[in-house]
Design a protein around this ligand. Structure first.
Ligand code: 1GP
Length: 285
């Protein structure tokens, strides 16, 4: 049963609970038979209105989920206004589609999911959060510390937790540095398998293999293949994916979800963004 306080808080935020029939965890489980695409929006890199416009283009181009987060030091208020702007935009589009005989309302039933750098980057307007253990961090803070700070807040605001094992692979980028990660190297096949098994045994539902935002090379497909052999995990792969060919490599290796962020942030305009995301999504089908 839903927490009435959280429902009221979401309504006050302009969130009309578009996705009440299916949990986000159910949505992320791969029952579609093909790899889906996540658009990552970093609230530190654009204003909320721009974020909402980019998110709408991403969905029109075939993206199936929005992650909000990325930077390590974005304050709550900025994350929250970005989530609200995206939710309101999707709500309006869903309503418009419901009034149009040719409209497809369900295409706007897209979860807006926090992808936090820590317990500071939260919002009650999100549908869910990748509730992550940075499994190969050497720092307690990223293994369990930030999670302990964030959990009461998420409970209070009824933000659904997606239990996620987050594993940073070389080159790792800023998240590898800030997170104190012992990077998984391209030939660490047994090690990534051990991490995947550990994630499964902890009961995590998602395993996110991350090369780092803007990485010069994507996660080695052999690492994805090895992680794929562990059952019961939804496999999310991101970092350094910029072309349809790269997306296809990750999809064929077994990724359930491909995340791209940088290609959205550095698109010259919305039409270029549409072309880029369509190209990636087409390569996954
Ligand atoms: C970062 O995996 C994501 O967490 C996306 O990376 O910015 O390189 O697309 P990019």
């Amino acid at each position: 049963m839903r927490n009435p306080y959280a429902v009221a808080a979401k309504r006050r935020s302009g969130i009309a609970m578009r996705r009440s029939e299916e949990t986000t965890l159910e949505y992320t489980a791969n029952t579609t038979g093909h790899t889906r695409h996540v658009t990552l929006i970093d609230p530190a890199k654009q204003d909320p209105n721009t974020a909402a416009n980019r998110a709408m283009i991403a969905i029109e181009a075939g993206s199936s989920m929005i992650f909000v987060g990325g930077s390590t030091d974005t304050p709550d208020e900025v994350v929250h206004s970005t989530c609200v702007a995206i939710q309101e935009a999707f709500e309006l589009r869903a309503f418009a589609a419901s009034q149009d005989p040719n409209g497809v309302e369900s295409m706007w039933h897209i979860p807006v999911v926090l992808f936090p750098g820590g317990a500071h980057a939260l919002s009650p307007a999100a549908d869910a959060i990748t509730f992550m253990m940075l499994m190969n961090s050497t720092e307690r803070r990223f293994l369990v510390g930030e999670q302990i700070r964030g959990a009461p807040y998420l409970k209070k605001f009824d933000v659904e937790a997606l239990p996620t094992g987050y594993v940073v692979c070389a080159p790792g980028g800023r998240v590898g540095e800030v997170g104190g990660a012992e990077l998984i190297q391209p030939d660490d096949h047994d090690l990534v398998h051990a991490y995947a098994l550990t994630a499964q045994m902890y009961g995590f539902k998602l395993l996110y293999l991350e090369a780092g935002s803007g990485a010069s090379t994507q996660v080695n497909p052999h690492l994805i293949q090895r992680a794929r052999t562990v059952e019961g995990l939804t496999l999310v792969v991101g970092g350094g994916i910029r072309t349809p060919e790269q997306a296809k490599i990750a999809a064929e290796a077994g990724a359930d979800w491909i995340v791209t962020g940088t290609l959205t942030e550095d698109a010259a305009n919305l039409e270029q963004l549409r072309t880029r995301i369509s190209g990636i999504v087409d390569a996954l089908n």
